[in-house]
Design a protein around this ligand. Structure first.
Ligand SMILES: Cc1cc2nc3c(=O)[nH]c(=O)nc-3n(C[C@H](O)[C@H](O)[C@H](O)COP(=O)(O)OP(=O)(O)OC[C@H]3O[C@@H](n4cnc5c(N)ncnc54)[C@H](O)[C@@H]3O)c2cc1C
Length: 462
């Protein structure tokens, strides 16, 4: 268990909450409930919130190993975007291309659903729905922007969903040095994820949910979730543990826990911002194979991340891997190259977090009424909107509602298990090395790197 005082040091977001972190009570002794949810990240909290709102009489308990927002929820880049986890074709087997189109539309609409909850619950999380810029800093990246646009057009997304931009149009929004073009989608909001997840936990409590923190579940079984100091018995048990699932008995190969890292500057002054532009607070990501992403934060910093796919032998999740100096140094170099006007800004925060990568990169949502066991996860780097869909969908499934969400192709999807070690480590290192090599070739203007095309299907999706 982490010392209470250390939680704020885990990311910019946990360090800049509206109020200091005071851990909630721990579970002591046994207790009965109607629903017990394991994990207070976005998946667990959205599930609790949606269930509590839809069925206020339910007694809902959330058990969290550390604090709400300790995991990826409190460390991510704050892109509330419509991208789906994995390659769209992976979902075709369940519902065909029409199912994929419905899933993509649900993600787009899901952004506004989150926005409505943010407004209704008064969660001050810097919500700015200004869209997202996909920038290309080489001709090879520009080709991928065009290819991505073509395939989205084929799936029915129009000009109002995604537009191609030339270099001048990119610069009119954000002056990223070296950008040769890109694309813009209005379907993205910028958020302070720490304030969102902590605000959502409070909204759950207002709706009657009880959250226990620093209460690690050691066993999830039919009818109960067991901690060292107590057990919650409930006919419905929801597993919402994402990357940390690998530490649960029998779940070691369900996901590959992959690190992504970020750094943030001090707040920049008005003069620097006038040189950079970025008045709309669009989120920004490039098209490298190991891509970089950035947001203008609500308190006027640049937070930038990526460069990643860091994985530790045996799926180990270690606090020591949250701050790898080489990865953070590479991010700082990209920051200063993209924004020369901010080149002198001090870096005040460096952090990392783990997301859950399923064997086929595709998310899944399941509820077995016979056993009462439910789970959702495998959201990879796309969990902000997807987690709210998970919560709404699990609420529908648990309450027996025959909804559109319950018919989307990730419901009932099974991803398969990762290979045993050392095969898992070797494959991951090989793929990352090929992608990093391809990025170097393309950055040097010698792309596109053809070898990378083959392995891109296993690469972080965007
Ligand atoms: C650096 C980074 C940048 C990212 N950027 C974006 C982005 O811009 N947009 C986007 O959509 N997605 C992004 N993601 C991915 C996104 O954050 C995740 O997909 C999403 O947060 C995962 O869902 P979650 O919040 O429920 O998971 P988590 O926050 O990991 O929640 C799991 C929770 O379960 C708890 N837990 C685990 N095991 C137990 C146990 N045994 N008992 C009790 N509790 C337990 C953990 O402590 C944790 O709080 C990013 C991720 C990272 C790491």
């Amino acid at each position: 268990m982490t010392a209470a005082a250390d939680y704020g040091a885990r990311s910019l977001w946990l360090d800049t909450l509206a109020a200091p972190i005071v851990p909630r009570p721990q579970l002591h002794g046994d207790r009965a409930a109607d629903v017990v949810i394991v994990g207070a990240g976005f998946i667990g909290l959205w599930t609790a919130y949606c269930l509590a709102r839809a069925a206020p009489a339910l007694d809902i308990v959330v058990l969290e190993a550390e604090i709400a927002g300790f995991g990826a929820a409190g460390r991510n880049a704050g892109f509330m975007s419509a991208g789906i986890a994995g390659q769209p074709r992976a979902y075709v087997a369940r519902g065909g291309w029409e199912g994929v189109r419905r899933a993509e539309r649900a993600m787009i609409e899901g952004i506004d659903h989150v926005g409505e909850v943010v407004a209704r619950e008064g969660i001050e999380c810097g919500w700015a729905k200004a869209g997202s810029l996909r920038i290309a800093t080489s001709q090879a990246q520009l080709e991928r922007v065009r290819a991505g646009l073509d395939s989205r057009r084929e799936r029915g997304l129009g000009e109002s969903d995604l537009q191609l931009l030339d270099a001048g149009e990119v610069a009119s929004r954000v002056r990223v040095s070296g950008a040769v073009g890109g694309a813009y989608t209005p379907h993205c909001a910028r958020v302070h994820p720490g304030r969102l997840v902590r605000g959502l936990a409070e909204a759950c409590e207002r709706a009657g949910v009880q959250i226990f923190e620093r209460s690690r579940v050691c066993r999830i079984e039919e009818g109960r979730a067991r901690c060292a100091a107590g057990t919650v018995r409930a006919p419905i048990v929801v597993q919402a543990t994402e990357a940390f699932t690998v530490d649960l008995p029998g779940r070691h190969r369900d996901f590959m826990p992959v690190f992504s890292h970020m750094v943030a500057t001090e707040p920049l002054d008005d003069h620097t911002w006038s040189q950079i532009g970025w008045e709309g607070c669009e989120t920004v990501a490039d098209q490298r194979h190991l891509f970089t992403y950035a947001q203008r934060t609500v308190d006027g910093r640049i937070a930038i991340g990526g460069r990643g796919a860091w994985y530790r032998m045996g799926s180990a999740i270690r606090a020591a891997d949250e701050r790898p100096p080489a990865v953070h140094a590479a991010l700082e170099r990209t920051l200063r190259a993209w924004f020369p006007a901010g080149a002198d800004a001090a870096i005040t925060h460096r952090w990392g977090g783990v997301f859950a990568v399923p064997r086929d990169w595709s998310m899944s949502i399941e509820f077995d009424r016979a056993t009462g066991l439910a789970r959702a996860g495998g959201l990879a780097g796309h969990g902000l909107v997807a987690s709210s869909l998970c919560g709404r969908t699990l609420a529908d499934l648990i309450l027996g509602r025959d909804s559109e969400l319950a018919s989307l192709p990730w419901v009932g999807h099974r991803s398969g298990r990762w290979e045993v070690e050392p095969a898992r480590l070797v494959a991951q290192r090989l793929i990352t090395a090929v992608l990093a090599g391809a990025d170097r070739i393309e950055d040097a203007g010698r792309g596109p790197a053809k070898r990378a095309r083959l392995v891109r299907r296993f690469a972080p999706s965007r």
